[in-house]
Design a protein around this ligand. Structure first.
Ligand code: MLT
Length: 329
C-alpha cells in the first residue's frame, strides 16, 4: 500500500473515535469570598468528585463573584455556559419562585429544620422545580446559619431602632416584603455590589450569617449586629442541567454522590465553626445584641403579613402546610 499522509493519519483518527472521554475540568462559580460556607461546600465537593472519577474530572473554583453576580451565574448555567455555581437560595427564587418556600420568614427555626427540609421530600420537589423552571439542578446544600442584621450606625434592638436605616437586601420579593412589614423600605442590591455599597456608605446595613459576614470581611465596614433569626441561610450548589445531561451515567452519579457527601460535611462545618466565628467578630469590635422581647414583634409582623402574600408563588398554602408538617409543627 502506498503510504500517504492520509493513511498514516487513519489509525490515529480511529483511536480517537474509541478513546475514552478525555479528562474535563468544570468551572464552579462561588458568590462569597473563600473561607465561607459556600467555599467549604465547593472544596469538599471538588475533592470527592475528583476521587469518584479516579482523578479524571476536576473542578476549578472561582470565589468572590469572579464569574458574575449570583443571579448571572443562574442564567449562565441555564444556557450551559457555566457548569456549577454555589449561591444563596434567595438569589435562585427569582428564577424558580417555589424555592421561596425556604425563605418564608421564621419557617426554618433551627439548623435541624433546614436539614430536614432540604434533604427530605420538600427539597426533592424543589430540586425538580428548579430543573423545570431555571434549567439548573440542585445537587448539594451549604448550611450557613441565621442571617443576622449588621449596620454601621447604631445598636438595633427593636423595630423603632430600625427606622431611618438604609438596609440592603437581595433582589428577593420575600425579603423586601419582610423589611416592609417591619416598617422600612429596604434597598435591593446585587450581592457582588454589597461590600462596596457598605464601604461607600450608600447603604448602612445588610443581613447575612456570621460566617458570611466574616468571610466577606464586613467587620471592616460594619459595627453593630442584631441576632435576628428570620431566615436560615441556605446556599445550594447547582449544576447546569445541560451540562449534567451531557455527562455519562457514572459521572452524573459521581456528581450526585459528591453533592450528597459535601452537604453532610457542610452541616458539620456550621456546627464546628459558627460560635468561634461569632466570638472572633466580637473580638474584632463588632457589638452584638439580641432583639428585645425574644424578637416577638419582628416574628409577629413578618409571619402575619408576609406569608399570605407569597402562598401563591410558593405553590399554595398547602405547600407551606406540608413543610410545617415535615417539621413537626
Ligand atoms: C445575598 O445576600 O445576596 C446572599 O446571601 C449572599 C451570599 O451568597 O452569601
Amino acid at each position: 500500500m502506498k503510504i500517504t499522509f492520509k493513511t498514516l493519519l487513519l489509525p490515529v483518527a480511529a483511536a480517537l473515535l474509541v478513546a475514552p472521554v478525555q479528562a474535563a475540568t468544570f468551572k464552579m462559580a462561588i458568590g462569597d469570598a473563600a473561607g465561607g460556607t459556600q467555599w467549604e461546600l465547593g472544596q469538599e465537593f471538588a475533592k470527592r468528585f475528583k476521587e469518584k472519577t479516579g482523578g479524571k474530572h476536576k473542578i476549578s473554583l472561582f470565589p468572590n463573584g469572579q464569574l458574575g453576580s449570583e443571579e448571572d451565574t443562574v442564567n449562565n448555567a441555564a444556557m450551559g455556559l457555566l457548569d456549577f455555581s454555589i449561591l444563596a437560595v434567595n438569589n435562585i427564587t427569582p428564577f424558580s419562585p417555589t424555592v421561596g418556600l425556604l425563605s418564608l420568614p421564621y419557617l426554618i427555626q433551627s439548623a435541624e429544620d433546614a436539614r430536614k427540609l432540604t434533604t427530605g421530600p420538600v427539597g426533592k420537589e424543589l430540586t425538580e422545580n428548579t430543573v423545570r423552571d431555571a434549567k439548573v439542578r440542585i445537587v448539594g446544600w451549604a448550611y450557613s446559619g441565621f442571617r443576622v442584621l449588621t449596620n454601621s450606625k447604631k445598636a438595633v434592638r427593636n423595630l423603632d431602632d430600625l427606622k431611618g436605616l438604609v438596609v440592603r437586601v437581595p433582589k428577593n420579593e420575600i425579603m423586601i416584603a419582610t423589611y416592609q412589614a417591619w416598617g422600612i423600605n429596604p434597598t435591593p442590591m446585587a450581592w457582588s455590589e454589597t461590600f462596596t455599597g457598605l464601604q461607600q456608605r450608600v447603604i448602612d446595613g445588610q443581613d447575612n450569617p456570621y460566617i458570611t459576614v466574616s468571610a466577606m470581611k464586613f467587620y471592616e465596614v460594619q459595627k453593630y449586629v442584631t441576632n435576628i433569626r428570620y431566615l436560615f441561610s441556605l446556599e445550594p450548589l447547582i449544576v447546569s442541567e445541560q451540562v449534567f445531561k451531557a455527562q455519562k451515567p457514572e459521572v452524573q452519579q459521581a456528581i450526585l454522590e459528591a453533592g450528597h457527601e459535601a452537604t453532610a460535611h457542610s452541616f458539620k462545618f456550621l456546627q464546628d465553626s459558627e460560635a468561634r466565628i461569632r466570638q472572633d467578630l466580637a473580638a474584632r469590635g463588632m457589638q452584638i445584641v439580641d432583639p428585645d422581647n425574644g424578637e416577638k414583634e419582628w416574628i409577629q409582623k413578618a409571619s402575619t403579613v408576609v406569608w399570605p402574600k407569597f402562598y401563591k408563588s410558593v405553590g399554595g398554602k398547602e405547600k407551606v402546610d406540608v413543610a410545617l408538617k415535615a417539621l413537626g409543627r
